[in-house]
Design a protein around this ligand. Structure first.
Ligand code: BTN
Length: 326
């Protein structure tokens, strides 16, 4: 109900009367009044004028489930969304929920992470209320070897959402990062529980650098934030909603073929470094080649010196651009 009241307030051009809210949501005046008080306690500034109704004047910059859901009303209601002010890691929480039997597609959001995880055992810092830390719990009916394609779907969704919502030239650094002007603004960590031929669940965690105003010196050459790139604060809940809508669209196309063939063209158009040199670091086999975009399986096609094309599987290797981070 809180999310529906918030969306009614956001959508209204002026005041919304208590009666309108009661009729729309089929609840009592007292129930509406209670929610208004809760919202005020959470930092929303809501004006209430007798015989006119309620009007929202200010909202806190938060990414609570209600705030995100209020942006999705009517367009996307199926996901279970949960929010924690402070948690070790949203990926860990999504895994705990999966292990406890959660069957719904669930998005875990965190205001702050105290044990955020990056890939290859690295630490991922999510400062309080300035970034996006989100983890999507999915139980897809695909084979474990196709799980890495879902990371590509999420990467494409986030790149598109950043482009449309923040108007930045977001590109994908295959397979897990989103970059703008050669600097990383988002990293994705996918974790999986599976049998040999069956996925129990997938957790796709994404950390987006949104409103940070600075980075530690050692990251300044390689990382940036949407705030530093655009000069403006981004509404994080709105960006999360844009990511959810994009993921939904892209994932539906992925599900049709169980691969990325229907997304390949769109993906390759946003892929960073195509035509540039990359170094492939496979266990026991390192080589240099030219990046030629992804194929329908999501493998990166690398042209070797002898002209042969080598598909590189996202789950197994690391690819580095030769010049700079991308
Ligand atoms: C990387 O680039 O190394 C991947 C970073 C992934 C960070 C996100 S933030 C949300 C989710 N929770 C985590 O602990 N990690 C991922």
């Amino acid at each position: 109900m809180k999310a529906s009241i918030l969306s009614a307030l956001y959508e209204a051009d002026g005041y919304v009367s208590g009666q309108q809210l009661c009729d729309k949501l089929a609840v009592s005046r007292t129930a509406v009044w209670k929610v208004m008080n809760q919202l005020k306690e959470e930092g929303y500034v809501i004006e209430s004028v007798p015989r006119k109704g309620y009007r929202i004047l200010e909202r806190p910059d938060c990414v609570t489930a209600e705030e995100v859901q209020s942006r999705l009303q009517g367009r996307h209601a199926e996901w279970n969304i949960v929010y924690y002010d402070r948690i070790d890691s949203s990926n860990n929480e999504a895994k705990r929920m999966a292990e406890a039997g959660e069957q719904r597609t669930t998005l875990v959001l965190a205001g702050e992470q105290t044990g955020g995880k990056g890939r290859r055992g690295r630490v991922w810092v999510t400062p309080k209320d300035t970034a996006i830390a989100m983890s999507l719990l999915l139980r897809p009916s695909i084979r474990p070897e196709h799980a890495s394609s879902v990371t590509l779907v999420m990467g494409l969704a986030i790149a598109n959402a950043c482009r449309e919502f923040c108007n930045v030239d977001a590109r994908i650094k295959w397979p897990n990062d989103i970059v703008v002007n050669g600097k990383k603004i988002c990293g994705i960590l996918t974790e999986m529980s599976s049998e040999v031929d069956y996925i129990n669940y997938l957790v796709i965690g994404a950390g987006i650098n949104v409103n940070m105003e600075s980075f530690p010196e050692e990251l300044q050459q390689t990382a940036s934030s949407l705030r530093l790139l655009t000069g403006a604060k981004t509404d994080r809940a709105g960006l999360i909603a844009a990511c959810i809508e994009q993921f939904d669209r892209c994932y539906a196309l992925f599900e049709k073929t169980q691969d990325v063939s229907l997304l390949r063209e769109e993906y390759n158009a946003l892929l960073a470094g195509t035509g540039g040199q990359v170094r492939v670091l496979e266990p026991g086999n390192e080589y240099t080649g030219i990046s030629r975009g992804i194929d329908e399986k999501g493998d990166l096609l690398v042209e070797r010196e002898d002209g042969t094309i080598q598909p590189v599987y996202a789950g197994e290797v690391s690819v580095r651009g030769i010049y700079g981070y991308v």
